[in-house]
Design a protein around this ligand. Structure first.
Ligand code: PLP
Length: 332
C-alpha cells in the first residue's frame, strides 16, 4: 500500500505534522476523559484547515496533468474555496471559484481572502454547492485553457488521500508519545475528511472509533450519507490497492447536533468557542469545529465516555469565518 500512496502525485504545501496536543484544562473543566486535539487549523496555508491536506493531492494531480487552472465552488464563506485559492496561487495555477450568493458590498472572512489570493469569482446566486462548476469549466476549455476540476469540498478519492496520509502522520505521533485513542471526533460534511480517515485507520491500524458529527444535515437522507461515505472510501481503497471494502455500516455519524441548521450559530457552538478559547487559548470556527466540539462537550456531559478514555478531536480549521460571525459569537 505504501507504494500505492507514494506513486500518487503530491505537492508539499503544508507544515506537517500538525501538532497533536492534550487539552488538559478543557478536560478538567468538563470532568471528562483525556481530550487531545489534532491541530489541522495549523496546516499553514492561508490560515490553515483540513482542505489543504486534500489539496496536496488534488493540485499534485492538476500539475501532473499539465493543467493551467483550477475550478471549484461552494458557499460565499467556503473554507475549501479560500484554501484552494491560496494553494493554487502558491503553485501558479489560475483559480476560478463558483460561489453562492451575490457580491456583498464589503467582502469579509473567507471571501476577503479569496480576493487577496487572486481568485476569479463567479457569482452563482442560489447555486452554493458548486452546481455551475461544469459550465465554468466548459467555458475555459472553449477558450483553449486546460482546467482541473475540484468537486465541492474537495471530496473525491484524490482529495481523501490527504486524510489517509494524515492517519499515517497521526500514528507516528501516537507512537512517539505512547498514546492510544478510544474515539476520534471529526466534523463531517462533504465526506472526504471522514472517508479518508476511516480508510487510513484500516490501512495504518488506528483502533479508535471514528465518529463524524453532521454539520449540514439532520438525518442520513437518501441514499444515506453513510452510503456516500462508503462509496468514496471504496474508491480510495481501490486506487490505493487496499483490499478493504466498505458499506454504510462502516461509518458512524451523529446527526443530533444540527441545531438551527447549517451555519447557524446556536448556544452549543457559542459555548464551545468560548470554552475552548478561555480554557485553552485555541480558536474554533463557528460552523464546523465549534459544532463538532459542542457535540463532544454534550457527549461528555451525557457520560458517553468513561473517565479513563482518551478522545481525539480533529480540528479542521475554518478560522476566517470567526470574523464573519462576530455578532453571533458575542451577541450584544
Ligand atoms: C472547517 C471545516 N471543517 C470541516 C469540514 C468538513 O470536511 P469534509 O467536507 O471533508 O467533510 C469543512 C468543509 O468544508 C470545513 O470547511
Amino acid at each position: 500500500m505504501k507504494r500505492g500512496m507514494n506513486a500518487i502525485p503530491r505537492i508539499r504545501i503544508n507544515n506537517l505534522p500538525t501538532p497533536l496536543v492534550e487539552l488538559k484544562r478543557l478536560s478538567r473543566a468538563l470532568g471528562g476523559p483525556r481530550i487531545f486535539m489534532k491541530r489541522d487549523d495549523l496546516t499553514g496555508v492561508a490560515l490553515g484547515g483540513n482542505k489543504t491536506r486534500k489539496l496536496e493531492f488534488l493540485l499534485g494531480e492538476a500539475l501532473s496533468g499539465k493543467c493551467d487552472s483550477v475550478v471549484t465552488g461552494g458557499a460565499m464563506q467556503s473554507n475549501h474555496c479560500r484554501q484552494t485559492a491560496a494553494a493554487a496561487a502558491a503553485v501558479g495555477l489560475e483559480c476560478h471559484l463558483a460561489l453562492g450568493g451575490e457580491p456583498p458590498a464589503i467582502p469579509e472572512g473567507n471571501l476577503l481572502l479569496d480576493h487577496i489570493f487572486g481568485a476569479i469569482v463567479h457569482w452563482c446566486g442560489a447555486n452554493a454547492k458548486g452546481e455551475l462548476i461544469p459550465q465554468i469549466t466548459e467555458d475555459l476549455r472553449s477558450r483553449g485553457r486546460t482546467p482541473y476540476v475540484i468537486p465541492f469540498g474537495g471530496s473525491n478519492a484524490t482529495g481523501a488521500f490527504g486524510f489517509v496520509a494524515a492517519v499515517s502522520e497521526l500514528i507516528g505521533q501516537m507512537q512517539d508519545a505512547d498514546l492510544r485513542f478510544d474515539r476520534l471526533i471529526v466534523p463531517s460534511s462533504s465526506g472526504g475528511t471522514h472517508a479518508g480517515l476511516v480508510v487510513g485507520a484500516d490501512v495504518f491500524d488506528l483502533a479508535a472509533d471514528v465518529i463524524g458529527i453532521g454539520i449540514d444535515r439532520a438525518a442520513p437522507g437518501k441514499p444515506s450519507y453513510e452510503s456516500e461515505l462508503a462509496a468514496l472510501a471504496n474508491q480510495v481503497a481501490e486506487r490505493l490497492g487496499v483490499d478493504a471494502r466498505y458499506d454504510a455500516c462502516a461509518f458512524r455519524m451523529r446527526y443530533d447536533y444540527f441545531g438551527g441548521g447549517y451555519g447557524v450559530v446556536g448556544d452549543a457552538e457559542r459555548e464551545a468557542i468560548r470554552l475552548v478559547g478561555a480554557q485553552e487559548g485555541i480558536l474554533l470556527d463557528p460552523v464546523y469545529s465549534a459544532r463538532a466540539m459542542g457535540a463532544l462537550i454534550d457527549m461528555i456531559r451525557r457520560e458517553e465516555f468513561a473517565r479513563g478514555d482518551s478522545v481525539l478531536f480533529w480540528h479542521t480549521g475554518g478560522i476566517p469565518a470567526v470574523f464573519d460571525h462576530a455578532k453571533d459569537i458575542v451577541p450584544r
